[in-house]
Design a protein around this ligand. Structure first.
Ligand code: HEC
Ligand code: HEC
Ligand code: HEC
Ligand code: HEC
Ligand code: HEC
Length: 352
């Protein structure tokens, strides 16, 4: 952050040396003269907003096609156009201007990492995009020390730290319903383990940093372990199945069910969804004798903490021989989501 001025000049020339037919990336419209004092500037003193955001992001796609394809199907790409979000801001007097700080922000690097970003006024449809996380002025930031644009500053540790995600996912005072940070930090198992938000939400893969055909001197680029920009979440299902362990046992005149979450943060982790633990008891002939339901929600209801176990006890029904515990997540029907989506997390069974 403090040494980036030196790269500004070289960034204009270096890419020309080995790039193909694509446009030179990062032509600035708000080039910085002294980035070292950017961190603390109040919002009104920020440089004028980028006018070429669409072109810049389209440009990233030319050389980083894989990353762009992954990103474009996530809620980061849709954080402004998301129909659930749009339905909410339609009702607001400011039409969502205050939401833009996280749903359509300018570069994170205008602030210290972990601080709430500044909202954009234009190109809000581009949501949380490449420039938000990777650029300030015409300087590129990344997790490695490659000099792909000549201006990528040597390794920014923040890309591997949860702190980068806290900028938007950890602002309990501004938006407590979007806070995955507080429970993550309290659930020391994950932090002790060194499991960052990225380690669960950005899958590891071995590949080149750039799509080959965009470069003339291909030998410069090697295969290496990188994290995909898949940001898997409940909207695209596969991360939900198995994200908690469930157990159930008879204990005298009780049935005890327990849930141990593997989410790193509270479950459910945000609004518009509910997690339900259902305990059903059956007689010797298989008939249903009793059933109970415990519901978890966030931020208003009780939620399941990271780790556990969280236990639920119910009275054993007379004659009960078998008990079954099922944990499901339900994405609620809202104006922007016409159907409820039911996702199975896990289940368990016991007999006596
Ligand atoms: C929410 C923030 C965020 C957004 C949005 C984002 N990135 Fe990243 N990017 C990261 C993080 C975090 C890493 C580091 C992951 C790691 O290796 O630990 C990364 C790594 C990279 C890398 C190097 C590793 C790799 O996967 O190849 C490239 C290239 C990259 N991003 C390009 C892009 C492009 C292009 C876009 C837009 C299509 C984009 N990023 C959008 C956060 C983001
Ligand atoms: C003309 C091709 C080209 C374009 C356009 C381009 N990049 Fe790159 N990028 C590269 C090359 C080359 C590398 C270095 C690859 C290597 O060293 O293996 C790279 C590396 C990166 C890295 C990893 C940097 C590091 O060392 O951590 C990030 C992040 C990145 N680019 C982001 C972007 C973003 C965001 C955009 C759009 C604003 C973009 N790139 C546009 C060619 C390009
Ligand atoms: C600039 C703000 C911002 C930053 C930084 C940010 N996010 Fe997000 N993230 C959002 C918003 C806003 C949404 C939800 C948009 C919606 O659903 O309307 C979101 C959604 C997600 C989702 C759900 C994606 C999906 O497609 O279902 C995951 C997972 C996620 N973020 C993880 C991360 C991780 C991990 C990091 C850190 C590397 C991070 N985010 C950094 C703002 C941000
Ligand atoms: C401090 C940053 C921040 C601000 C400000 C913010 N959001 Fe979000 N929002 C997020 C993040 C991060 C996510 C993704 C994680 C989550 O859903 O908790 C998100 C997700 C959402 C979602 C999708 C939830 C779902 O069910 O998947 C909606 C809807 C939403 N926000 C509405 C709003 C509205 C409306 C405003 C303005 C009144 C707003 N947000 C302001 C950070 C923010
Ligand atoms: C140990 C793995 C793990 C860690 C660490 C972790 N998560 Fe998650 N996260 C999950 C799983 C599994 C889910 C799916 C369950 C759910 O819907 O809540 C999830 C769900 C989410 C969602 C909801 C996405 C959606 O669309 O519904 C967001 C947002 C999110 N995590 C953000 C974060 C942030 C930010 C951090 C770091 C503070 C983090 N996660 C750390 C595993 C993890």
């Amino acid at each position: 952050m403090r040494i980036l001025v030196a790269f500004v000049t070289s960034s204009v020339l270096a890419p020309l040396m080995f790039m193909g037919s694509v446009e030179t990336p990062g032509v600035p419209d708000d080039a910085l003269t002294d980035a070292s004092c950017m961190a603390q500037v109040p919002q009104e003193e920020l440089p004028t907003e980028r006018k070429n955001l669409k072109r810049l992001v389209a440009n990233c796609k030319k050389c980083h096609a894989d990353v762009h394809a992954e990103w474009s199907v996530t809620q980061h790409a849709k954080s402004w156009t998301d129909p659930v979000f749009q339905a909410e801001i339609r009702e607001l007097p400011d039409k969502g201007a205050s939401c833009a700080r996280c749903h359509a922000p300018r570069s994170l690097w205008h602030k210290d990492m972990g601080e709430i970003p500044v909202g954009r006024k234009s190109d809000r449809d581009l949501g949380v995009n490449c420039v938000t996380c990777h650029m300030l002025g015409n300087v590129y930031f990344g997790p490695f020390d490659s000099q792909g644009h000549g201006g990528v500053e040597a390794e920014q540790a923040a890309f591997r730290e949860s702190k980068m995600c806290f900028s938007c996912h950890g602002q309990p005072e501004a938006r407590k319903e979007h806070d995955q940070m507080t429970s993550y930090l309290a659930g020391t198992a994950w932090t002790k383990d060194g499991k960052s938000c990225q380690s669960c939400h950005m899958s590891l893969v071995e590949r080149k940093l750039v799509t080959e055909k965009s470069l003339k001197m291909k030998f410069l680029i090697g295969v290496q372990p990188v994290r995909m920009h898949d940001f898997r979440g409940a909207r695209r299902g596969d991360i939900v199945a198995g994200c908690a362990d469930v157990a159930v046992a008879f204990d005298g005149d009780k049935v005890v069910a327990s849930v141990t979450t593997k989410t790193g943060h509270q479950l459910p982790c945000t609004t518009h969804r509910e997690v339900v633990l259902k305990v059903t008891q059956y007689g010797a002939d298989g008939s249903e004798l009793a059933s109970s339901v415990t519901s978890y929600s966030f931020p208003d209801g009780p939620s399941l903490p990271p780790g556990g176990p969280t236990t639920v006890e119910v009275r054993a029904a007379p004659g009960a021989r078998k008990a079954r515990a099922t944990l499901i997540q339900i994405l609620e029907k809202t104006e922007g989501r016409p159907d409820r989506i039911i996702q199975e997390i896990n289940d368990a069974e016991t007999t006596r």
